[in-house]
Design a protein around this ligand. Structure first.
Ligand SMILES: Nc1nc2c(ncn2[C@@H]2O[C@H](COP(=O)(O)OP(=O)(O)OP(=O)(O)O)[C@@H](O)[C@H]2O)c(=O)[nH]1
Ligand SMILES: [Mg+2]
Length: 315
């Protein structure tokens, strides 16, 4: 199928076309560029929610319950699960981590996982592109699951319109992480596995810690309790997401947030292209030679970069 044909099929609501386009994004990012450009006029309608938190906190279970709740209202929902498969640990099998089999026969639900391994253009841009595809495909809501560990994961989560941070009771880490600033990207907090008890105390600790930091844009992140396995607290979470959306929309904050995201995206494309141009013009061998000279102490890295830029006539 030609580029326009595939993009048109996505906009027309073909889930096969959407799946194919995301595969192209993953395996041949350059080839995906004209397709993503054709989709762009059809994006901007989906509301994007990032769901992040420590491994095993119940993110997938919670997303699964959210999907069921959203479907009750008839809205179309997409899920992009970023699998933290590491080339060092091997990671878990995708199916084990996602647990969304229930919805496989529902045409109003589109679930896709993105594995860390083997991403040519980087995981964050690939995830953003997949979200764009689901937006153009007609999803009203797109949920993005990441394990809140590395830089790429935080970047993915913060690229959402609302970020939900999921934690569990007794996790002293939750408050530690808050203090360390790792969790400052959260717009909403969920203490999941409330059936295990002590969730109230963990929630109070999170609230106390949050109260020490200045509220961003006047928004105080709510801290909710949930038992994802029983579906408890899920309707409240969906309502809180809606409230955060309304809060941002009423103050022009959503548009501002999306512009900031586009700024980062444009700069990333510029970075990629400039780097590719420098390497093409100066040559990889030249970079090797400069690296050797820096390593031996003959040259400092700034001088080396200047030589490379001058050779590519960009400096
Ligand atoms: N008791 C209890 N168990 C839960 C709850 N929510 C999830 N679980 C269980 O916790 C385990 C991990 O749940 P997942 O939904 O896979 O957690 P996750 O955060 O997506 O995990 P990763 O993607 O591997 O980081 C599973 O065995 C779930 O059944 C809950 O509310 N209560
Ligand atoms: Mg998961």
């Amino acid at each position: 199928m030609r580029a326009e044909g595939l993009a048109a099929a996505v906009v027309g609501g073909s889930s096969q076309a959407a799946a194919r386009l995301i595969s192209i994004v993953e395996s041949r990012p350059e080839e995906a560029v004209p397709l993503l450009r054709a989709l762009h006029p059809h994006t901007g309608r989906a509301y994007v929610v990032g769901v992040t938190g420590p491994p095993g906190a119940g993110k997938s279970t919670l997303i699964d319950a959210l999907v069921r709740e959203v479907r009750r209202g008839g809205r179309r929902v997409g899920v992009v699960a970023v699998d933290p498969t590491s080339p060092f640990t091997g990671g878990a099998i995708l199916g084990d981590r996602i647990r969304m089999q229930d919805h496989s026969t529902d045409p109003g639900v589109f679930v896709r996982s993105m594995a860390t391994r083997g991403h040519l253009g980087g995981l964050a841009p690939a995830t953003a592109a997949a979200v764009g595809v689901l937006d153009a495909y007609g999803c009203d809501l797109v949920l993005v699951e990441t394990v809140g560990a590395g830089q790429a994961e935080v970047e993915i989560a913060s690229a959402a319109d609302t970020v939900v941070l999921v934690t569990v009771p007794h996790l002293g880490d939750a408050v530690q992480a808050l203090k360390a600033g790792v969790m400052e990207i959260g717009d909403l907090f969920v203490v999941n596995k409330a059936d295990r008890g002590d969730a109230g105390r963990t929630a109070a600790e999170i609230r106390a810690t949050l109260s020490l930091a200045p509220a961003r844009d006047g928004w105080t992140p709510p801290v909710l309790l949930a038992t994802a396995t029983e579906g408890t607290g899920v309707a409240e979470l969906l309502r809180a997401i809606g409230e955060h959306r309304a809060y941002q929309e009423a103050r022009g904050l959503l548009a501002e947030r999306r512009r900031a995201r586009r700024r980062r995206e444009i700069l990333r494309i510029v970075d990629d292209r400039l780097r590719a141009q420098v390497l093409r013009r100066a040559g990889d061998a030249r970079l090797d030679e400069l690296a050797a000279r820096v390593a031996s102490g003959e040259l400092d890295p700034y001088a080396a970069a200047e030589e490379l830029l001058a050779q590519a006539r960009l400096g």
